[in-house]
Design a protein around this ligand. Structure first.
Ligand code: ATP
Ligand code: MG
Length: 577
């Protein structure tokens, strides 16, 4: 049992990387290969133009971060550009609050877009495109109900049936479509469908819906429209309008690609190319905005930016840095097949960075600390001990930490009846106080309930760290805070929000796997140098983990979030069970 944990994950980076796509130093991924081939062939006049197209119906999550790093990273690498496009074609679920949060999150990750666009800006153009298809005899207005349309669809092995409205004349279709736009019909009364092939093996080719009627207020176009384009009719055309060269999306859109190409071909517009990659799935995590919205709305978490959430806002509040997320995106790489990434890899990335950058401070994270009284230390004396800020960074310097005859230590660091090889404090035992002296426990003081409240100890004056001439060797080092100088703080300790490794693969609702102990709030006694800590500032609490200052902090009380433990304790738990 090592008493002072080293600052690393118990697994090596190689072990973690084997679960991902490849090492950080990697060859071209398949999308970069396509781009290089296109550039070599002189396609798109040597341009690379990507886009990140979120639907503003929720906060971005770590899966979106992968897509952002991919799209912006690709453009950066090849001297190209990236648009931020809000895919806001569904008026019912979208909101400007989400637009603002998405912009803040992309910028926080370190990227700046070339243009900010909205699919809704193209509604006029898309409407023109739809009329063009009607005129070409490639689209028709259908009065069938949604149930009838679903019944006509057939199955993958059985061809569909043609709608009785399929052979309307161009003039009749134009007239009806214009009247749909003018608001003459109720929601669901009619749709515009592409006229392709009801027997096509690809179900998306069986006369897909292009427009539906929705008398709904849109966050940008207001009440101007009561017909809205479907994703498939809006997305590729928006790419084309923006002259996007490489339109990157997740694998579930692979079966939509023939339709994407069909619209572009029939409309004779700029041929953007859709390329699919595997979405990010993380262990112990649900990623869909719909599910995350449930967690927020039903109060399982405190909000979109709850530090337990896999949203970018949550991860940021938890204490992650943009660089650690970009590093993570780089390490997982880009795959063509779906996989499940160990959330330990994300934790590994932030731990690596914080190990290099954070000041080591002492914090007794314990609502019921034990008081140590050093009986042979001159009463009232205060010594300023110089403690190295970060042994990993020689430039980080030292700071003073006050030492006195009354200290707090963690209850965990004392055992009355210790097992063999217990290197912390026990009756008659010795331990080194970090950066200070060796002490010996002489007497245990208990209250009426039999609880240990105080340890009366002696210290060895010649054992001071840095100038130790005592010749004593002790195995354990523990941290401490001087009682008179301690600041009280609130510390929030987080654990996995879900207990299932792959919640999406379970046959029960993901909410059945909510971990009731995902948040533990404890009191802490922190060294006085932390008094001036600012919101967002990050520290290593020695032996406890990495912590950052939460925005809930007030002038009277700091609140800290534990970003990550020093070691991957979860992996250890799993091995035990
Ligand atoms: P969700 O199901 O979580 O709502 P979405 O795909 O509907 O996700 P969008 O806002 O439409 O969310 O996605 C914007 C972009 O982010 C799309 O290009 C999408 O493919 C990509 N994206 C979404 N989730 C992931 C993920 N888990 N991994 C990688 N990329 C993702
Ligand atoms: Mg979506």
């Amino acid at each position: 049992m090592p008493e002072v944990p080293n600052d690393t994950d118990s697994r090596t980076p190689n072990e973690l990387e084997r679960r991902s796509e490849g090492p950080a130093e990697r060859s071209l991924n398949f999308i970069e290969q396509i781009v290089e081939d296109d550039l070599a062939a002189g396609k798109n006049w040597g341009r690379v133009h990507t886009r990140f197209p979120p639907e503003p119906n929720g906060y971005l999550h770590i899966g979106h971060a992968k897509s952002i790093c991919l799209n912006f990273g690709l453009a950066d690498k090849y001297g190209g550009k990236t648009n931020l496009r809000f895919d806001d074609t569904n008026p019912v679920t979208e909101d400007t609050e989400y637009v603002e949060s998405i912009k803040a999150d992309v910028r926080w990750l370190g990227f700046e877009w070339e243009n900010e666009f909205y699919a809704s800006d193209y509604f006029d153009q898309l409407y023109e495109f739809a009329e063009k298809l009607i005129q070409k005899g490639l689209a028709y207005v259908d009065d069938s109900t949604s149930e009838e349309i679903a019944a006509q669809k057939g199955t993958p092995t059985e061809p569909g049936k043609e709608s009785p409205y399929r052979n309307r004349s161009v003039d009749e279709n134009l007239d009806l479509f214009r009247r749909m736009k003018a608001g003459e019909f109720a929601d669901g009364a009619k749709v515009l469908r592409a006229k392709i092939d009801m027997a096509a093996p690809n179900m998306h080719f069986r006369d897909p819906i292009m427009y539906r009627i929705k008398h709904a207020h849109h966050h940008r176009t207001g009440d101007k429209w009561c017909i809205y384009p479907m994703y498939d009719f809006a997305h590729g055309q928006s790419d084309s309008i923006e002259r996007i060269t490489h339109s990157l999306c997740t694998l579930e859109f692979e079966v939509h690609r023939p339709l994407y190409d069909w619209y572009i071909e029939k409309l004779e517009i700029f041929p953007s190319r859709q390329i699919e990659f595997a979405r990010l799935n993380l262990t112990y995590t649900v990623m869909s905005k719909r599910k995350l919205l449930q967690l927020v709305n039903e109060g399982h978490v405190r909000g979109w930016d709850d530090p337990r959430m896999p949203t970018i806002a949550g991860i940021r509040r938890r204490g992650y840095t943009p660089a650690s997320i970009r590093e993570f995106a780089d390490r997982i790489g880009i795959a063509k097949r779906d996989n499940l990434i160990d959330v330990g890899l994300l934790e590994f990335c932030i731990r690596e960075e914080l190990n290099k950058t954070t000041t080591r401070v002492m914090a007794v994270v314990d609502s019921r600390p034990i008081k140590v009284v050093i009986t042979n230390y001159p009463e009232g004396q205060i010594e300023e001990l110089s403690i190295e800020n970060n042994p990993e960074d020689p430039e980080s310097g030292h700071r003073n930490v006050p030492f006195s005859s009354e200290l707090y230590i963690e209850r965990e660091d004392f055992l009355e009846n210790p097992p063999k090889k217990y290197f912390r404090l026990s009756p008659g035992g010795m331990v080194r106080l970090k950066g200070a002296y060796i002490i010996k426990c002489e007497e245990v003081v208990k209250n009426d309930a039999g609880e240990v409240v105080e340890l009366r100890c002696t210290y060895i004056p010649e054992s001071r760290s840095g100038s130790d001439t005592s010749g004593l060797k002790v195995q354990g080092t523990i941290h401490w805070v001087s009682v008179a100088h301690a600041q009280e703080a609130e510390v929030r300790l987080y654990d996995r929000l879900l207990t299932s490794e792959d919640p999406s693969a379970e046959d029960r609702d993901f909410k059945e796997f909510i971990n009731p102990n995902s948040l533990e709030i404890v009191r802490a006694f922190i060294e006085p140098s932390l008094k001036t800590a600012q919101v967002g500032e990050r520290f290593q609490f020695m032996r406890k983990g990495y912590f950052c200052v939460d925005p809930d902090s007030t002038a009277d009380q700091l609140v800290f979030n534990r970003t990550v433990t020093l070691k991957d304790t979860w992996a250890k738990e799993k091995k035990k069970s």
